[in-house]
Design a protein around this ligand. Structure first.
Ligand code: 6GU
Length: 247
């Protein structure tokens, strides 16, 4: 990686980031990537998302992707072969920075991880289903395991959509206002300060005077104070992690 922040100076070297999602239920994701910021990013040629049906790589005559667990027990396990064939075919076509398995016991997604993934180039996201995948997939084919929270979903598709959104919106040029991804909640380890727009007073509900003062230093100080205060009240855990001192 360069030591220049990999920012605008290298815009001319930037390549399209491609995310390939491997799913047993690809229909779940189709509409998601055809709307909003993600659609815009794709139309602008900044990112591509390809959702694949893992069954296309199944050699089973019924296109099955799962089988009974060795040793018995409830639930089905996704077999190695279709996943291996899919990943091998994609990797033969281009380089990938990570091959990610979405699973409840993966590393918790947070903003620093999203930032890191947005610098990795192309990504493969594998969605688990049923009980999950044969452990050999995790041992040999996956470079990283990611969870989106401490609760269990019925499949990895929603998690893949969440990871894709968090990553793609960080790519330079995707958001209209280039600075807005950096002023997000969590980018500085604090939640965002409150925002207001016109009218300055609605039914007696007023916008704080300082925001109307035109005094930018005071406004910046107020916003920082609000962000600190809100973080303390709503997400105190972030303060410790970010190393922000109490004032
Ligand atoms: Cl990535 N998958 C599933 N099935 N459940 C989850 C999750 C992923 N992240 C949190 N819960």
């Amino acid at each position: 990686m360069c030591n220049h922040g990999c920012g605008q100076a290298f815009a001319h070297l930037r390549t399209v980031v491609r995310i390939d999602i491997l799913s047993a239920v690809p229909r779940l994701l189709d509409s998601w990537f055809n709307e909003s910021i993600l659609e815009r990013a794709q139309k602008k040629g900044l990112a591509e998302v390809h959702v694949h049906d893992l069954r296309d790589w199944s050699t089973d005559k019924h296109r099955r992707l799962d089988d009974y667990p060795f040793g018995g027990g409830a639930g089905m396990v996704m077999t190695v072969e279709p996943i291996h064939r899919a990943i091998a075919e994609l990797k033969a076509q281009r380089d990938y920075g990570e091959v990610i398995y979405l699973c409840p016991d993966g590393q918790l997604l947070d903003q620093p991880m999203a930032n890191e993934l947005s610098l990795k180039g192309n990504l493969i996201l594998l969605c688990g289903h049923y009980k999950g995948v044969d452990e050999r997939v995790r041992e040999h084919l996956i470079t990283r395991e990611v969870s989106i929270g401490d609760y269990v979903l019925s499949g990895g598709e929603l998690a893949a959509a969440v990871v894709s959104d968090a990553v793609i919106r960080l790519l330079p040029g995707v958001l209209g206002d280039e600075t807005s991804a950096l002023s997000d909640s969590f980018q500085d380890g604090l939640v965002s300060p409150p925002d207001y727009t016109r009218p300055a007073e609605y039914q007696g509900w007023k916008v704080p005077d300082v925001l109307l003062s035109g005094h930018q230093a005071n406004i910046d100080a107020w916003r920082h104070q609000q962000a600190l205060e809100r973080t303390r009240q709503r997400r105190p855990g972030l303060l410790g992690e970010a190393g922000v001192q109490d004032q």
